[in-house]
Write a new protein. Structure first.
Length: 255
């Protein structure tokens, strides 16, 4: 790897993101993000409402579906020469690979996601067309290019962030080809600025310390449990030994 290769890679990412956003325009880009967020939220909170209709459509856990499965299983077992139980099990699978109950949930949540996403995307498309017809298409595209450049830099920044954090806590220096590039010093300044205002390094350390403490507490609890078990076992062994000695004394002939 060379400094020029790294800079070219970063430049290509920024250029492609900017180019795509330029042709799409800022309105469509923003509406795409809004559509994804709205679709995920609607699917998470409203997907369960669509599960019963899809379960009914797929005949999941109903008396009618059980009778239909048994009748279909009889026909399949006769035609294929297999057992009726195997045919029933296969009949309970959608497309023969997944349980119908799971398929109903996938279809329910997926349909809500796709519906909301398509609606929001269409709204963004028509607004973009209206802006273009009003003669503001070039403004929309230029703003889109700026948005794409910022998005591309964010992608590069988030990709570089774990690398930066790794070398912060490591004794090994960053490779010379990275330090001699144009992009890495810029990213270092961006990470330092973000860390100064967001304090994500302290946040990561805090979460890491909490995780280590939790693991230590779990290990201590396991060791204490092991010691308690060993103590109980030793007491049981001692009691058994005493009982055996008492039995031997009882069985011993009197002097």
């Amino acid at each position: 790897m060379t400094p020029d290769a790294l800079d070219i890679t970063v430049g290509v990412i920024l250029f492609l993101s900017m180019l795509i956003a330029y042709f799409r325009g800022i309105i469509r880009e923003v509406f795409t993000i809004v559509a994804l967020i709205a679709a995920m939220g609607s699917s998470y909170y409203g997907g369960s409402l669509m599960v019963p209709p899809f379960e009914k459509w797929l005949h999941v856990d109903t008396e009618a579906s059980k009778q239909a499965d048994e009748q279909a299983a009889q026909a399949v077992s006769k035609a294929a020469g297999t057992s009726q139980d195997a045919a029933i099990v296969k009949g309970k699978l959608a497309m023969g690979i997944i349980a119908k109950a799971h398929m109903a949930q996938i279809c329910a949540y997926g349909s809500v996601f796709l519906f909301i996403y398509l609606v929001m995307s269409l709204v963004g498309f028509f607004i973009t067309r209206a802006v273009a017809e009003a003669g503001l298409g070039i403004v929309d595209r230029l703003l889109g290019a700026g948005f794409g450049l910022a998005r591309g830099f964010l992608v590069v920044f988030l990709t570089y962030l774990p690398v930066w954090y790794f070398y912060q806590g490591s004794h090994d220096p960053m490779p010379d080809w990275a330090k001699n590039s144009v992009s890495v010093p810029v990213l270092d300044k961006a990470v330092a600025f973000a860390d100064e205002h967001l304090e994500f390094t302290k946040m990561i350390q805090k979460r890491g310390d909490a995780l280590v403490l939790k693991l230590q507490q779990k290990r201590a609890a396991e060791e204490a449990k092991t010691q308690d078990d060993a103590t109980i076992s030793s007491h049981d062994d001692e009691k058994e030994l005493q009982d055996e000695l008492k039995d031997e004394e009882k069985q011993a002939p009197p002097k």
